[in-house]
Design a protein around this ligand. Structure first.
Ligand code: SR1
Ligand code: MG
Length: 366
């Protein structure tokens, strides 16, 4: 499984030519732009014509910690997920041009004219165009792949193509379990020691998290991206809404319809832009209702689940393995995020709408 060529900048163009992608000359420039935790990504560009592609390879471990094995077959799942995402959101995902199962390599659109939203947030640049696009993406996907949008035969076929136990297990461990325990993967700002100890000893939070894990495992409602944080969103420097792209769906699975919104909301919380929760929810609801007619209580159940997953995403970005760079060295902000995350997880059933949510959280202290 690990016995396959691992690309380097010097070998990527030869890989493209071996796959019949011959319009990029040997003189193309190749730059490694790996940014996420798991995979390597190269940009190949023909400076003469200004065209290019991105080449993404899954290695049999995670990029940021090579003693942590992870099956490279995740690349095949990602390609299958892109196919489904493109059916429902063709305007919001990059196109896949090639997949090589022998080297777990995906060739896709070059998005280098865009910027990763996480970096924009860290630099203090706001992108108010993103919230409605993310809400639209999630609403179309949830409606189009949920039980109201697909018949049972189509749902069964979808379920087979997005079986993703290894990466779901990673989310279950790294996002939904380990941050609530003493675990070697966790770290936090020492200024938060007392707060973190209190969270890990909090019986209400422990009970709520057992429930949230149950929802994550058992609520196979619709296809979800599975990791829709601000590092999976690209934006145009000028804020053009039509340029927003959502990528990296290797964590996709048939899961709770509120999962993706929740992960995105967790990142709204770490960025201190709580208003984007309301904007994305409105866009979600509009997109959802434009496709299906939900029975009473259906949307409010998605809202409530999304609050829980928002809390878990925000919490892990403060006290888990993979932190929000925008909170680095800002313990007061990080403490507000962790307290807000707890509120969203534990009290979600009594927060029926955005007004109740903001009343419970208060203003971010920055
Ligand atoms: C081991 S790090 C795990 C995280 O990295 C990915 O980007 C996902 O966010 C996952 O939770
Ligand atoms: Mg990723």
């Amino acid at each position: 499984m690990s016995d396959y060529p691992h690309h380097e900048a010097s070998t990527v163009v030869a890989h493209l030519h071996s796959r019949g992608i011959s319009d990029l000359p040997s003189s193309s420039t190749v730059k490694e732009v790996s940014d996420g935790n798991l995979n390597r990504v190269f940009l190949v560009q023909d400076p003469a014509r200004g065209t290019g592609v991105a080449v993404k390879q899954a290695l049999p471990w995670i990029r940021v910690q090579q003693d942590w094995p992870l099956g490279p077959e995740r690349a095949a799942l990602e390609v299958a997920a892109y196919r489904h995402l493109a059916e429902h959101n063709p305007d919001l995902v990059p196109a896949v041009h090639d997949y090589d199962p022998a080297t777990y390599t995906i060739v896709m659109d070059d998005l280098s004219a865009l910027r990763v939203l996480r970096g924009e947030t860290v630099a203090g640049r706001r992108h108010p165009e993103v919230a409605a696009q993310v809400g639209r993406f999630c609403g179309r996907l949830a409606a189009g792949t949920g039980p109201l949008g697909l018949d049972l035969a189509a749902r069964s076929r979808l379920a087979v193509t997005v079986q993703n136990p290894e990466l779901c297990q990673m989310t279950l461990d790294v996002v939904l379990t380990e941050p609530y325990l003493e675990h070697e993967h966790n770290h936090h700002d020492p200024a938060l020691d007392d707060l973190v100890a209190g969270l890990r000893a909090d019986p209400s939070l422990a009970r709520a998290m057992a429930d949230v894990r149950h929802i994550f495992i058992t609520h196979s409602e619709s296809l979800v991206h599975g990791d829709l944080h601000s590092g999976s969103i690209m934006v145009a420097p000028d804020g053009d809404p039509a340029a927003v792209r959502i990528f990296d769906p290797e964590f996709a699975f048939l899961g709770p319809s509120g999962f993706d919104l929740g992960v995105y909301w967790g990142n709204c919380l770490t960025a201190g832009i709580v208003g984007d929760i309301a904007v994305s929810w409105d866009a979600f609801e509009t997109a959802y209702r434009s496709k299906v007619d939900p029975p009473a209580g259906h949307l409010s159940a998605i809202w409530t689940d999304a609050l829980a997953f928002a809390g878990t995403e925000a919490m892990r970005r403060v006290i888990g393995y993979s932190h929000a760079r925008e909170l680095a060295g800002r313990p007061e902000a990080a403490a507000w995020v962790a307290r807000s995350a707890r509120t969203m997880i534990v009290e979600r059933a009594s927060l029926p709408d955005f007004a109740a949510l903001t009343a419970a959280l208060g203003e971010p202290p920055w």
